[in-house]
Design a protein around this ligand. Structure first.
Ligand SMILES: O=C(O)CCC(=O)C(=O)O
Length: 388
């Protein structure tokens, strides 16, 4: 797979444009309605699609691992688990029900059309040139449509997830809808990483949470559209993130060699599975259309975090009413991580200062937490959704 030309550093507005995530915050998905996080309200400048992509550097192709699923999707996930641990990712081509992916994609298309950035008659998410600030509204519309539920209810996907997870699992309230818009790009770039939006490890921002990431393309994502790039074999440790930057806290240049990166042409029905520490990034979109994808995160049932609602918090203690109706009190110390709400404007990879947590977390709101020996390790808050 080839990488296109562009300036070596993404300007900040480019990062914002390319992410435009809406993070859904589903409840524990076996029962009950989901929660939805607020849209990142960052302002979105108007867009201009660049000219033809100029390729200067090559990137490896992701290795498909379909054969390991075998004919029997219920077969043991042990081999898959070994492979995930060895490479940091699994890639399955065309394993998902096309009708299900089409149904999810249709929700995105309606949302983009309702926001006026895709023409009503368009069957492809082609950007019609309307002010891209409307994309934020589109994502709000999408959030209200709950398309993650279509995936959650799909038996084919559920079987695959069970194999990959090696047994029972829990959907985490970390589901992101992406409609990454086309971007202008400079004509020349000789840097393999020039289309990288933000190299990061999800696990960096979620210390102590055991989870696996699933990324699903909802359309043909070729070189022009860009997609997901993964650094193979660099998931064994938390890598240094640039904590000095004002936003995003990405992994700095030079930490991962260019040869480690892999991507591919993605098609609806494909599925990428990543370890929580697999470095990855979106690639800038140089096409005429929005790039549609969804990513979600699962924990093995045995490592399910606390999911519940906040009863009380100060800088020393937190009390949570769990979804199971239990009350759990945890001590807070300097090692407790309080990431900003995922998808919010403040979600820059940084941490809420311990002394300020009571200002950011609201009694009654949804909470995800991990703990050890009575100490909170990770505490994340989520807004209540439309039906929360
Ligand atoms: O889809 C993309 O553009 C990137 C996905 C990503 O960064 C993530 O899953 O955290």
């Amino acid at each position: 797979m080839v990488v296109s030309s562009q300036a070596s550093e993404s300007p900040p507005e480019l990062s914002i444009l390319s992410q435009l995530p809406v993070t859904h915050v589903p409840d524990l998905y076996r029962v009950g309605p989901p929660q939805a996080d607020a849209l990142n309200p960052a302002s979105v400048p108007s867009l201009e699609v660049g000219g033809p992509v100029v390729y200067t550097t090559t990137m490896r192709d992701l290795k498909a691992t379909n054969d390991l699923l075998g004919d029997d999707l219920f077969r043991s996930g042990t081999t898959l688990d070994h492979l995930l641990q060895a490479n940091g990712y699994l890639f399955f081509r065309g394993v998902l029900d096309p009708a299900v992916i089409q149904a999810v994609r249709a929700e995105y298309l309606i949302a983009l059309q309702e926001a006026g950035v895709v023409d009503p008659e368009s069957v492809e998410p082609v950007w019609n040139g309307a002010d891209a600030r409307r994309v934020a509204a589109a994502m709000e519309g999408l959030k209200a449509r709950d398309p993650w539920k279509i995936l959650w209810a799909d038996p084919t996907l559920a079987r695959i997830l069970r194999v990959v997870m090696g047994g029972e699992y829990t959907w985490l309230p970390l589901v992101t809808y992406r409609a990454s818009p086309p971007l202008e790009h400079p004509a020349l770039c000789r840097d393999a990483t020039c289309r990288f939006v933000r190299v990061h490890q999800d696990g960096y921002n979620n210390p102590s949470l055991t989870f696996v990431i699933f990324w699903l393309p909802l359309m043909l994502i070729d070189e022009d559209v860009g997609g997901l790039a993964i650094a193979e074999g660099f998931h064994k440790a938390v890598l240094p993130h640039d904590t000095s930057g004002p936003t995003k806290f990405g992994i700095g240049k030079g930490v991962i060699p260019d040869e480690a990166w892999a991507t591919t042409t993605f098609r609806p029905g494909d599925m990428v599975v990543m370890d929580a520490l697999t470095p990855h990034t979106g690639l800038t979109n140089h096409s005429d259309r929005f790039r549609l994808s969804i990513d979600f995160r699962l924990s093995p049932q045995c490592r399910r975090p606390i999911l519940g609602r906040l009863l009380a918090i100060d800088s020393n203690e937190i009390s949570i009413r769990t979804d199971e109706g239990e009350t759990i009190d945890l001590r807070i110390n300097d090692a407790t991580a309080f990431p900003y709400r995922r998808g919010s404007a403040l979600d820059n990879g940084g941490r809420i200062p311990r002394a300020e947590v009571a200002d950011y977390l609201t009694v009654g709101q949804r909470i995800l937490a991990t703990h050890e020996a009575g100490h909170a390790q990770l505490v994340r808050g989520f807004d209540a959704g439309p039906r929360g």
